[in-house]
Design a protein around this ligand. Structure first.
Ligand code: PEP
Length: 247
């Protein structure tokens, strides 16, 4: 398995001044990091953060990408545009986009394809709601979400990153136990294995209230290959402690 990946998702947070402080603090603490590290920033700040990242090992990510190439899609940002700003990763299918913007499994799969077509690695988010979990539907839901991405992306599937993010754990302070997370990661790995001979290239991240205190136990699980970090990615000391817990 390749190096773990710790990716921060700033969500709709930041300002020119705050980004400057945050990125400098994170970059200054990365010497000796054993894992890959990225920050996924709001689109208006891509150019600013691209400039701040030059000369260090932090990678730049976006939080979404259009499934369209170009044209009359007001408000959308294409993969080609992201690429011009040095974007390496794009989160697709985050539960907040599925929930508040009506993104379907098919749209998420098309977004992953659009990113890959421009050499951007999609971080494809899947995860069940609390109602799904309590009804025993966790496996069905994450497998359905993953199947759409596999179907649309064919042999390119080995180039994606997956993030298992139980919706009930995002921003709630309630984390999946390492055992709960490992169980879902293992089933996703099995599903991906059936779709590609290169499953070892696919990193499956855990996301959902990962923090400095719980990161080590989660990241020690055999099928957890990193983390997608929301709230804690805005606090440099916490984010760097998660980075330090990764391998
Ligand atoms: C996320 O937004 O992807 C996330 C995991 O958020 P948090 O870490 O705040 O739960």
């Amino acid at each position: 398995m390749s190096r773990q990946l710790i990716a921060g998702n700033w969500k709709m947070n930041g300002s020119l001044a705050a980004n400057d402080t945050l990125v400098r603090a994170v970059a200054a603490g990365l010497a000796g990091a054993r894992c890959d590290v990225a920050v996924c920033v709001p689109s208006p700040y891509l150019a600013q953060v691209q400039g701040l990242l030059s000369g260090n090992s932090l990678a730049l990510g976006a939080q979404d990408v259009s499934l369209h190439e170009q044209g009359a899609y007001t408000g959308e940002v294409s993969a080609a545009m992201l690429k011009e700003f040095g974007v390496r990763y794009a989160i697709v299918g985050h539960s907040e986009r599925r929930q508040y913007h009506g993104e379907t499994d098919a749209a998420v799969a098309d977004k992953a394809k659009a990113a890959l077509a421009h050499g951007i690695t999609p971080i494809v988010c899947v995860g069940e709601t609390l109602a799904d979990r309590e009804a025993g539907r966790t496996a069905d839901v994450v497998k359905r979400q993953m199947a759409a991405v596999i179907h649309t992306n064919g042999h390119c599937i080995s180039e994606i990153v997956v993030a298992y993010e139980p919706v009930w754990a995002i921003g709630t302070g309630r984390t999946a136990t390492p055992e709960q997370a490992q169980e879902v990661h293992a089933l996703l790995r099995t599903q991906l294995h059936a779709a590609t001979q290169h499953v070892e290239r696919i990193r499956i991240l855990y996301g959902g209230s990962m923090n400095a205190a719980n990161a080590a136990a989660l990241l020690a699980q055999p099928d957890i290959d990193g983390g997608l970090i929301g709230g804690a990615s805005l606090k440099p000391a916490d984010f760097l402690q998660i980075v330090a817990a990764a391998r």
